[in-house]
Design a protein around this ligand. Structure first.
Ligand code: BYC
Ligand code: FE
Ligand code: FE
Length: 474
């Protein structure tokens, strides 16, 4: 079951050739995907050889194969983690009953909506990142960008497989629509807010892969608990790929932080910018932006949608097995609710707070990364601490949307917000400055842009100065 079969144009471990109709439908979607990839994928690198890993089996030992590939030739395939024998529903009203191999009619629309929302983020991120190669800080980073991009493309395939296999004609229509929406396009935007935000510099890219791909991790963990077993199996395999995306973000920010410290120490006034680097205060503002935007991706703190997803077993909590009560009809969750211009702590029914429960775990996970960055700053002997802002800060979804909070979470008025905004969030000047550092790409093996420290090691045992991308500038 676990090894990948290449008996069709689409590598897969789902025995695709036994279902000719499905195979044909996916083979018809494939050229549209490739057309989208060439148009909206990394611009200017489609003919280069890139040292990429490709999934060749889904078992733990060596599911990945590393080799030079031209991106349009990447073997995007359909891989499900192995079925868990006798798996039962992990949460909600039907807890303990057998999982579903088909979509129950009463959950069809909601499930399709969840899969479409998940699927929409994958091509969106590729679109957001499509010009970054042209300003890369090194070939090592360029290769990591492309690795993330091809795998997000594969995640799109994963959702399209579900849509084609289980949702008939409307599923096929949704699969087409996934290739038609465009990140940031006011007429046909991507579904979720963060995926329409510009990601035009490498600090944003590293923050995105740290904070936004990590939302991906938690949403996938929640979907891995789904009673719809094919969704659970797909998302379980996607999670193994996701780990690398977050590694790119965590180590990327860490290397910018390290360089910020080194350059600040070189400067008589401790100013990293004067030495051609990104300063820690600017890094903090980028962090505030991408963290707050990514928090919105969890949806409202009190959500009847979330309650019904949980009740129906469509979506669980992250690692549902670590909880004891999988029905969650009894418990409550304490939230600071805005009431008459102040915050009041109230208990809400646990099921309606499932978005917030997931967000709690996410915030904790983010904090672990921030702690690592702070250890680097301390080792460098620099007096500065990066912090996650309050989760009420700068929100556009949920209870705190439309109100103003400072980074500590205190309610403030509009005038204070306007006066302080440029201290908390990247200003136009910050963005212009960060971009100005990245106007010239670095394509020479082993060389690093001035504003970033080299990585500790290369990829798959190769040295840092390995030619990870064979790029011939046009
Ligand atoms: N922007 O009850 P509410 C990833 C909508 S990232 C715009 O608050 P609910 C990746 C919501 O859709 C993971 N709209 O929320 C990362 C709803 O609209 P409808 C992606 C938003 O439903 C990096 C309305 O507001 N996966 O994989 O409880 C690179 C009120 O809904 C936003 C998923 O999202 C927003 N931020 O939860 C590549 C998993 N937030 O339905 C990839 C699937 C909410 O009334 N999605 N809305 O028209 C879900 O589980 C849920 O849809 C959400 C929202 C958690 C997103
Ligand atoms: Fe993804
Ligand atoms: Fe990802």
């Amino acid at each position: 079951m676990s090894s990948v079969v290449n008996d069709t144009r689409i590598p897969n471990n789902v025995d695709l050739s036994s279902d000719k109709r499905l195979q044909r439908a996916l083979e018809e979607w494939q050229p549209n995907f490739l057309k989208w990839w060439v148009e909206m994928g990394p611009e200017g690198f489609q003919q280069d050889d890139v040292f990429l890993r490709t999934a060749i089996s889904v078992d733990h030992e060596g599911w990945a194969n590393f080799d030079y590939v031209k991106m349009p030739d990447y073997r995007w395939g359909i891989f499900l983690s192995d079925a868990v024998a006798d798996r039962t529903i992990a949460c909600g009203d039907d807890y303990g009953k057998p999982v579903w191999q088909q979509v129950p009619g009463e959950h069809r629309n909601v499930l399709r909506r969840l899969i479409v929302t998940q699927g929409d983020t994958e091509p969106a991120s590729v679109e957001q990142q499509r010009l970054l190669g042209q300003t890369c800080p090194s070939l090592y980073d360029l290769r990591n960008l492309f690795q993330v991009n091809v795998e997000e493309g594969r995640h799109l395939w994963a959702m399209v497989y579900l849509l084609h296999s289980y949702f008939g004609r409307d599923g096929r229509e949704e699969a087409e629509a996934l290739l038609e929406r465009r990140s940031g396009d006011p007429d046909k935007p991507r579904i979720l807010g963060t995926f329409n935000e510009p990601c035009e510099d490498w600090l944003s890219f590293f923050m995105f892969t740290f904070f936004t791909d990590r939302d991906g991790k938690y949403q996938l963990l929640a979907l891995a608990e789904s009673a719809f077993d094919p969704l659970s199996r797909t998302t379980r395999f996607m999670l193994t790929e996701e780990a690398h995306h977050m590694f790119v973000g965590e180590t990327g920010v860490l290397r910018v932080v390290q360089r910020a410290c080194e350059l600040a120490k070189l400067d008589p006034n401790g100013d990293a910018r004067a030495q051609g680097g990104v300063d820690l205060a600017t890094i903090q503002r980028y962090l505030n932006f991408w963290f707050s935007s990514s928090l919105d991706l969890f949806g409202a703190e009190v959500s009847s949608n979330a309650a019904s997803f949980f009740a129906a077993g469509l979506k669980g909590r992250a690692k549902e097995a670590q909880h004891t009560d999988h029905v969650a009809l009894e418990g409550t969750y304490a939230l600071d609710l805005p009431r008459d211009g102040a915050l009041r702590r109230e208990e809400v029914a646990l099921r309606t707070a499932m978005n917030e429960v997931l967000r709690d775990e996410y915030v904790e996970d983010c904090q672990r990364g921030v702690d690592k960055w702070n250890r680097t700053i301390a080792e460098q002997g620099v007096d500065f601490k990066l912090t996650l802002p309050s989760r009420r800060f700068n929100r556009a979804q949920g209870l705190y949307a439309g109100m103003r909070f400072d980074t500590d979470g205190a309610l403030i008025d509009e005038a204070t917000w306007q006066a302080m905004k440029s201290r908390w969030l990247p200003s136009d000047a910050d963005r212009a400055y960060v971009k100005s550092l990245m106007t010239r790409p670095v394509y020479e093996p082993g060389k690093m842009a001035h504003w970033i420290a080299p990585p500790k090691q290369g990829i798959k045992g190769r040295p840092v100065d390995f030619e990870y991308v064979r790029h011939t500038p046009a």
